[in-house]
Design a protein around this ligand. Structure first.
Ligand code: MG
Length: 272
């Protein structure tokens, strides 16, 4: 339930705001009136396109797209490998994450896979709980780091705006998603990541890491190259590393849930 109230912001300005209780979820996939500003930075280096700063709050917000996912567990296809079915953390390093209702809950220390991967199709489902306080990056910041370096952001961007290169489905700090296809807090969301590992030869980058991302079955990154390992407030760079690596799940203070994590060979034709 929402109740509409008026508050006096200063002597001459009266603003109308909506006050939502902890159990409420805003109804529209857009910034809510009570979020009065968008977080971000304007004193950071420029992106390679020269148009926007890294984490620029003024960067154009992607359009809203209708999610095409109903919140059910997506069964792993033939040839895939289940890493987390909700019953145990055998395939993961941090045993301190709590298991509940078939999911694992982000907690201290982050999480990482036991196994190392190169090119990979990674599927998982995630949920940001209802009622988190604050806006922008405070709405359930987490993320998946391929090879522990290349982050696709996890965040609630339903009725929450942040700098576009830090929103749900962004190559964090680098590339905003094509669209905002978020479901509501309290609802399960699906990610399918088709990741191609970078190639190094003689200590030099030959081919950058590339990724295609589906959020809730909506294409939001279309074979995009990473500019380097994920960085905060600075330009990313590449440093040579092994051809395979673990993926990690970020804990940034929010109890984001993860479930149904499986990997499959990367198909040559992405998105099939
Ligand atoms: Mg993150």
């Amino acid at each position: 339930m929402k109740k509409q109230i008026s508050v006096t912001v200063c002597a001459s300005l009266v603003a109308t705001v909506f006050v939502a209780g902890a159990a409420d979820v805003p109804e529209k996939n857009e910034r809510q009136p009570e979020q009065t500003s968008i977080d971000g930075f304007s004193n950071t280096p420029m992106q390679p396109d020269g148009k926007w700063h890294i984490h620029d709050p003024n960067r154009t917000q992607p359009p809203v797209a209708e999610p095409k996912y109903d919140g059910k567990r997506v069964p792993p296809p033939n040839g895939s490998k289940m890493l987390f079915d909700g019953s145990n953390l055998d395939q993961f390093v941090n045993k301190g994450w709590k298991l509940e209702d078939g999911s694992m809950i982000a907690a201290k220390g982050g999480q990482k896979s036991n196994e190392k991967f190169g090119d990979i199709h990674l599927h998982f489902e995630w949920l940001v709980p209802v009622g988190l306080k604050g806006y922008g990056q405070k709405q359930g910041n987490s993320g998946v780091f391929l090879m522990e370096r290349y982050e696709i952001q996890v965040l609630n961007c339903w009725a929450n705006r942040t700098y576009p290169d830090g929103m749900t489905g962004a190559l964090y700090g680098q590339q905003p998603p094509l669209a905002n296809a978020c479901r509501k807090p309290g609802e399960w969301q699906s990610y399918d990541l088709h990741f191609k590992a970078p190639v190094f030869e003689d200590g030099k980058l030959v081919t950058p890491a590339r990724i295609t991302v589906y959020l809730n079955n909506v294409l939001i990154q279309d074979d995009v190259a990473f500019n380097g390992a994920t960085a905060w407030k600075r330009r990313p760079t590449y440093k040579p590393h092994e051809p395979t690596g673990r993926f990690s799940l970020q804990h940034h203070g929010s109890p984001v849930r993860y479930r149904n994590i499986w990997v499959a060979p990367l198909k040559l034709k992405l998105g099939e």
